[in-house]
Design a protein around this ligand. Structure first.
Ligand code: PMP
Length: 418
């Protein structure tokens, strides 16, 4: 069905981006009469034809409900669905396939942990530690939990470059801390956080850790066992996969001790008029018919990324980021937001005299898609004293030529706006 085992590298060891771009039909169009440039990859990545074909193949040939059916298509659909669980297990280097729970995405994975583990274990006076640069998805569920339980949310501060400050960590992660929840890679700044150090600090006080990997999985190798993370979450759509599917990794001992999230089909062992017992992992947390097709297609996305190789993707995106940063800093009045030493391909910037939204609108007129605003990180924007930024975020299929087009369009926009 799929034809992904191809050579994606040029003789010089760099990615053959033109070859990769052939796999992304959506890139080959004009927008507002201009060649389409997609720099909104931190919001969602485009999908390669292999992922789109996996989706259509599933609906054309295998569609059935899974697990309970005894007919051939039900078995095929179940096998394809469960095969993705195995792929995610090795993608994250989880110890067991039962530790991989399919959800709707990062947001649902975090809400699941807050509603189950959080409700069970957080008590009045407990502290939940998050970083200064969390996405609302890794902030609001903890605020809600803290409000319900009269617990407290504490913040790990950062410097102006967007790097977490760990020197005072023992006064933030203390014996009162029950959970440390931190973003692996910041969507607004691109910072790669020192999550191994945070996890170790949490372990010292017996706190549980949750890592928001939404922006990390497409750029970095993830090894949940060597990190020692208790929970690790991500969304398929930021990994060249479909929307509507994501993953919660949790350590078996924790998942087993947690109550179920939703009640319904599949998550039960036995139901009587009087009550019920729950299914074993991972099904205890997968109530109802799951998003079978998208889980299957997520498996293809993972294969796609692994075939190219994260190291190659990272190397390419670093070339793009370095070039774009250099070009951006030549633009009069431009200030980069997020200048951490360790970053992925995210370039956020502001001007003191021009609103990010105006830049976004004018770049769109030049066929260039960027994101503007607070990037669902309002507390972070408050910390930085800005309402929002313009953000270009890069992916494996982006090119230096596209950056030149974007910078050219930026100069043009500024001529109109100033
Ligand atoms: N965390 C981070 C760091 C993100 O970038 C995002 C998406 N922008 C989310 C969480 C939420 O992901 P989703 O909307 O796919 O649930």
């Amino acid at each position: 069905m799929l034809d992904i085992a191809r050579d994606f590298l040029l003789a010089n060891g760099q990615l053959d981006v033109e070859r990769i771009r052939e796999d992304f039909p959506i890139l080959h169009q004009e927008v507002n009469g201009k060649p389409f440039v997609y720099f909104d990859n931190a919001a969602t990545t485009q999908k390669p034809i292999q992922v789109i074909e996996a989706l259509t193949h599933y609906y054309l040939t295998d569609n059935s409900n899974i697990h309970r059916g005894i007919h051939t298509l039900a078995e095929r659909a179940t096998a394809a669905f469960e095969a993705t669980r195995d792929k995610v297990k090795s993608f994250l280097n989880a110890a067991e396939r039962e530790e991989i729970i399919f959800t709707r995405g990062t947001t649902e994975s975090i809400n699941l942990v807050a509603a189950t583990w959080g409700n069970q274990y957080i008590e009045a006076g407990d502290e939940i530690v998050v970083s200064a640069m969390e996405h609302h998805s890794n902030m609001v569920p903890w605020h809600m939990l803290a409000q319900r339980k009269k617990a407290k949310v504490k913040i790990i501060p950062m410097n102006d470059a967007g790097e977490l400050l760990l020197d005072n960590l023992e006064n933030i992660i203390t014996s009162k801390t029950k959970l440390v929840a931190c973003v692996h890679v910041s969507n607004a700044l691109g910072t790669i956080n020192p999550i191994a150090s945070l996890i170790n600090a949490a372990k010292k006080v017996g706190a549980v850790t949750l890592i928001d990997g939404a922006q990390a999985v497409s750029h970095l190798d993830i090894d949940v066992q060597s990190l020692g993370a208790d929970f690790y979450v991500f969304s398929g759509h930021k990994l060249y996969g479909p929307t509507g599917v994501g993953v919660l990794y949790g350590k078996r001992s924790l998942l087993e001790a947690m109550p179920p999230y939703q009640g319904g089909g599949e998550m039960i062992s036995e139901v009587t008029y009087e009550g019920c017992t729950y299914n074993e992992l991972p099904y205890k947390f997968e109530a109802g018919t799951p998003n079978i097709a998208d889980v299957v297609a997520l498996g293809s996305a993972i294969e796609y990324v692994l075939t190219i190789g994260k190291k190659n993707i990272r190397q390419h995106e670093t070339i793009l980021l370095d070039y774009a940063t250099k070009k951006a800093l030549e633009v009069p009045g431009l200030q980069c937001i997020g200048t951490a030493a360790d970053k992925v391909g995210v370039l956020s910037f502001v001007f003191s005299d021009v609103h990010p939204q105006d830049i976004g609108i004018l770049l769109d007129k030049s066929g260039i898609a960027i994101r503007t605003g607070h990037h669902c990180t309002q507390p972070l924007m408050g910390r930085l004293g800005i309402p929002g930024t313009s953000r270009m975020s890069f992916a494996v299929y982006n090119t230096i030529e596209e950056i030149d087009l974007a910078i050219e369009a930026l100069y043009k926009a500024l001529r109109l706006l100033r």
